[in-house]
Design a protein around this ligand. Structure first.
Ligand SMILES: Nc1ncnc2c1ncn2[C@@H]1O[C@H](COP(=O)(O)OP(=O)(O)OP(=O)(O)O)[C@@H](O)[C@H]1O
Ligand SMILES: [Mg+2]
Length: 220
């Protein structure tokens, strides 16, 4: 099982969107995938999976023994090999330690080839906790100076955790602006941030909540 945390410095750059896109794409390729929402309180992964009305138990219930893991896992409506472990409740999340989440991750092994962990923005408790839960990391950045500066800080913090292999996804790339020289291309951002580029996602009008097929990740 590969466990991958998706993080960023700046908020709103597309972490949750990427977790949903990647999860759906890996599942489409036949992999067993569990997406885990660690953005306690500001969770919205359940919404992107249109599963909010089905959430009864969540990760905090599993950790505190109010239900079994199986009772909290929701199966995606279109792909049976894609499961969601939500964190729907507004909850005093300080009580949930990285170690406790790691124990749940361990229990996910029979269900998953990939576990994708959505994490909160910033470098507070939620970030540090998320860092302890996965073996690999993806940092999402948009081509804006603020997002790049924050990604740089997060990458430095990750290296201090010994996570050397964080890969970069550049989101909301606008080809016409790159061509005009008004936006840095993903490759340049990768060099600037000294992080290997995993892929880039273009600016899309309707992401995920539309009935249109999801945009494909461009692999590098
Ligand atoms: N490639 C894209 N093109 C257009 N809109 C996008 C793209 N990626 C993300 N968005 C939009 O940007 C908004 C923020 O995305 P998302 O919630 O995934 O970011 P986030 O990093 O998870 O935010 P937060 O830090 O608050 O958790 C959403 O409305 C989403 O639809
Ligand atoms: Mg999010």
């Amino acid at each position: 099982m590969r466990s991958i945390v998706v993080t960023s410095g700046k908020g709103g750059v597309g972490k949750t969107t990427l977790v949903a896109l990647l999860g759906k794409e890996l599942a489409r390729q036949g992999k067993r995938v569990v997406v885990v929402d660690l953005d306690f309180g500001l969770n919205n992964l359940d919404m992107l999976f249109r599963a909010e009305h089905r959430v009864f138990y969540d990760l905090s219930d599993v950790i505190e023994g109010r239900c079994r893991l199986k009772q909290a896992l929701l199966t995606d409506e279109t792909q049976p090999n894609l499961l969601l472990l939500p964190s729907k409740k507004a909850y005093l999340s300080q009580a949930i330690t990285g170690q406790k989440i790691r124990a749940v991750m361990h229990q996910l092994k029979p269900y998953a080839d990939f576990v994708l962990v959505d994490s909160p923005a910033g470098m507070d408790l939620g970030f540090h906790r998320a860092m302890q839960t996965a073996d690999e990391a993806i940092v999402v950045v948009t081509p804006s100076p603020l997002a790049v500066r924050d990604a740089d800080k997060v990458l430095a913090m990750m290296r201090s955790y010994g996570m050397q292999s964080a890969r970069l996804v550049v989101n909301r790339v606008r080809g016409e602006l790159v061509a005009d020289g008004e936006m840095l291309p993903p490759e340049s951002l990768s060099k600037l941030l000294k992080a290997r580029l995993l892929g880039a996602v273009g600016e899309e009008e309707c992401l995920l909540l539309s009935k249109k097929p999801s945009p494909t990740l461009k692999r590098r």
